[in-house]
Design a protein around this ligand. Structure first.
Ligand code: NI
Length: 176
C-alpha cells in the first residue's frame, strides 16, 4: 500500500466532475487500499478520489477512524456512489475537509440518505445512513461533482474561511 499525495484548495482537480468507474478490478482495489491508508494517515474520516488527483467516482470513509483501537475501525469503500433517496429533515454539522486543512464550518445536510454503490468486490449494494455516516457520504459524494463544503455556506463565512486558510497556508509554507 502507499500513501498518496493530497491535493488541497485551490487545486483545480477539486473542481472537476469525476468519471464513472467501468469495473472494480485489482487495479481499482489497489487504489481503494491506497486511498484508505492515505485517509487514516491524514486523520480523516472520508476521502474522495479527486483529493488525491484522480477524477474517478470513488470514495473511502470510516465514521470511527480510531488510531487507538484498530478493531473499532469501520472502513467502507464506495465506487460510483449515488444518493437515491434523502430525508426531508436536515441537520447542521461542523465539517472539515483534508483539502482545506485546519478549517471548519457548519453545513446543512440531509439527516438520512440512501446510497447505491459498488463495493470492494464490485457488487452492487445499498445502505440507508443516518448520523455521521450520512454527513460523510454527502460530503464525499459532493467531491465527485467538484463541490466543496464551503459551497454550502454563506458568502461572508466562505470569504472569512478562505482568508484564514490562506493565512494558514502562508505560515505552513514558511515552516516547510
Ligand atoms: Ni472533503
Amino acid at each position: 500500500m502507499a500513501i498518496l499525495k493530497l491535493h488541497t484548495y485551490p487545486d483545480e482537480v477539486l473542481r472537476q466532475k469525476c468519471q464513472k468507474v467501468a469495473a472494480v478490478d485489482d487495479n481499482m482495489r489497489r487504489f481503494l487500499d491506497d486511498m484508505l491508508e492515505t485517509m487514516y494517515a491524514d486523520k480523516g474520516c472520508g476521502l474522495a478520489a479527486p483529493q488525491v488527483g484522480v477524477t474517478q467516482r470513488v470514495i473511502v470513509l470510516d465514521p470511527n477512524p480510531s488510531d487507538d483501537d484498530l478493531s473499532a475501525r469501520q472502513p467502507m469503500y464506495l465506487v460510483n456512489p449515488e444518493i437515491i433517496w434523502h430525508s426531508e429533515e436536515t441537520v447542521l454539522f461542523n465539517e472539515g475537509c483534508l483539502s482545506l486543512p485546519e478549517q471548519r464550518a457548519e453545513v446543512e445536510r440531509f439527516e438520512r440518505v440512501r446510497v447505491r454503490f459498488l463495493d470492494y468486490a464490485g457488487e452492487e449494494r445499498e445502505i440507508l445512513a443516518d448520523d455521521l455516516l450520512a454527513i460523510i457520504l454527502q460530503h464525499e459524494i459532493d467531491h465527485l461533482d467538484g463541490i466543496l463544503y464551503i459551497d454550502h455556506i454563506s458568502r461572508l463565512k466562505r470569504t472569512r474561511l478562505l482568508h484564514k486558510l490562506a493565512k494558514y497556508n502562508d505560515e505552513h509554507a514558511k515552516k516547510a
